[in-house]
Write a new protein. Structure first.
Length: 390
């Protein structure tokens, strides 16, 4: 039985969601593989030293910053993180090498950024010839050293023409760069669903005839949702606050002139998206892709607070006519009014976007595995990054 490790971490939540979605589809397709989701942080810090010393994990620290809206300065902090990873590269790759020598995967699929150099080296040292694949869960790379590391004998799965071009520019040929039609989203977003929208809206205390927006900023919410609630007091809205119970209580207590529903964490995001007419949120690849799949035009903000790895995403929204990009949340009232006027045209644009990435990737992985069985392992020069892939 072929064993595949899907490596994720919990910073932001989208990486774990992508791993779960991919594992689900592989199982549903009946692939003859054993799939193991691997939390990278648990391998690198098995004794949970960071949490014991600080009271929270690195992922919790990151998510708490997002919930407070403290995204300014993340580009500089990212450079510091990447420098620390380079400094500890030998130790990180050594720990991963020992892990993979013990667990013997036939393929490793990375769904995380920043760590792909030591992860690749760890696998190459433990399992020469086992394919290493990076699936970009962002619309584009944020070079250097984010998703695409040059000079490695590995594969990239890219969901946009932009990221495909970036992988080629880094020196990888067509055999190692595999385009898909979009980002990974959960397979339940594709399943048929019969829903009485009027009845479902009424059950939530909403007016079935009013344009309705869904506001969601990841699994931990964001304080900017309070600004949106104030600016859109006369717009019917559904707020999804995730695990942020304090934010949920604050929004529920705010006055509004139109019906609104405030909810905490839900496993059924698709249900609430189907009740909405448009989506308001941060320009994350997962939330944008889920909204587009459900036919919801998006409103996102692009300014100096936008996280560095998400700065290309508003350009993708504009280029595909998938919604509106604003400069500030203070522009939200005018933005919503404009979007509601354009709803028919925007829905036509969304109907032309077809994303089947989560179903395409298992076949790509099967092809990579088949090719690996008939080719020799990479040379030591390639493993140590001194041989270009051409």
């Amino acid at each position: 039985m072929t064993t595949i490790d899907l490596v994720y971490f919990n910073a932001g939540g989208g990486h774990r969601s992508a791993a779960v979605a991919l594992e689900t589809v592989i199982r549903e397709q009946g692939r003859p593989w054993t799939v193991r989701p691997i939390n990278l942080m648990e391998v690198l810090d098995p004794r949970d030293v960071f949490r014991k010393a600080t009271g929270m994990s690195p992922e919790d620290l990151y998510n708490a910053r997002l919930a407070r809206g403290w995204s300014l300065g993340l580009a500089q902090e990212l450079k510091v993180l990447q420098a620390l990873i380079r400094f500890g590269r030998k130790s990180i790759s050594g720990r991963l090498r020992r892990h993979w020598r013990r667990t013997q995967p036939d393929m490793v699929v990375s769904l995380v950024p920043n760590f792909n150099r030591p992860m690749y080296e760890g696998l190459a040292g433990a399992r020469p010839g086992a394919p290493y694949v990076t699936v970009l869960t962002d619309f584009a790379d944020y070079p250097p050293h984010f998703w695409i590391e040059p000079h490695q004998d590995q594969h990239f799965i890219c969901g946009t023409p932009r990221s495909v071009a970036q992988a080629h520019a880094a020196g990888y040929d067509r055999r190692h760069v595999h385009p898909t039609s979009g980002m990974i989203i959960r397979p339940d977003f594709y399943r048929e669903c019969t829903l009485d929208r009027r009845a479902a809206r009424l059950a939530l205390g909403l007016d079935p005839d009013l344009p309705t927006g869904l506001v969601m900023f990841g699994g931990h919410g964001s304080r900017v949702m309070r600004t949106i609630a104030k600016r859109l007091a006369d717009v019917q809205l559904i707020f999804i606050c995730g695990h942020n119970a304090a934010l949920e209580a604050q929004l529920a207590a705010m006055p509004a002139r139109a019906p609104r529903r405030v909810l905490g964490f839900t496993h059924d995001m698709r249900h609430y998206m189907r009740l909405a007419d448009f989506f308001i949120g941060k320009p994350g690849p997962g939330s944008i892709s889920e909204a587009v799949q459900q036919g919801l035009p998006v409103i996102v903000v692009h300014n100096r607070w936008t996280m560095p790895q998400e700065r290309y995403n508003p350009s993708w929204v504009r280029a595909n006519g998938a919604g509106l990009v604003l400069e500030s949340y203070t522009d939200m009232r005018a933005g919503v009014a404009s979007l509601i006027e354009q709803l028919p045209r925007l829905r036509e644009n969304l109907a032309r976007i077809e994303n089947r990435a989560v179903f395409e990737i298992p076949e790509i992985l099967a092809g990579i595995l088949a090719a690996a069985r008939v080719r020799p392992a990479a040379s030591p020069r390639a493993i140590h990054g001194r041989e270009l892939l051409h």
